[in-house]
Design a protein around this ligand. Structure first.
Ligand SMILES: [Zn+2]
Length: 128
């Protein structure tokens, strides 16, 4: 996990990245740069540059955020999140602890895992 303090994160992240990654914020639906985005490559953590997702696991869920059906093995940690009156699974970067989004299961999207990783674009950095 990260050894950075909030003050140190504020130096390396934009204010919006800090709000999402470190304060578990959510970018507005449909606004993220990777929502409608289909290039081949790897999505890294915007906080620490760890590899999180490959483009082959990305699919169009229509929900307004980038959706993936699986991560790179070991890249994420999952936490129960009972905030906002919902039972959700929060996903964070395993390396720096940055908040990425949530996992939803059993939605019957036609994917191998039947999971939807709903990830904030701003938490990601794409590299071809
Ligand atoms: Zn990270």
């Amino acid at each position: 996990m990260s050894t950075k303090t909030d003050a140190e994160w504020k130096v390396v992240l934009t204010p919006e990245q800090f709000r999402v990654l470190r304060q578990k914020g959510t970018e507005p639906a449909g606004t993220g740069e990777y929502n409608k985005f289909n290039k081949k490559g790897v999505y890294h953590c915007a906080g620490c540059d760890a590899k999180l997702y490959v483009s082959d696991t990305k699919f169009d869920s229509g929900c307004g955020w980038p959706a993936f059906f699986d991560s790179i093995p070991g890249a994420l940690v999952r936490h129960e999140d009972n905030s906002h009156g919902m039972q959700r699974i929060e996903i964070c970067c395993a390396k720096c602890g940055g908040h990425l989004g949530h996992v939803f299961k059993g939605e019957k999207f036609d994917t191998p895992t039947d999971e939807r990783h709903c990830v904030n674009s701003i938490s990601l950095k794409f590299k071809e």
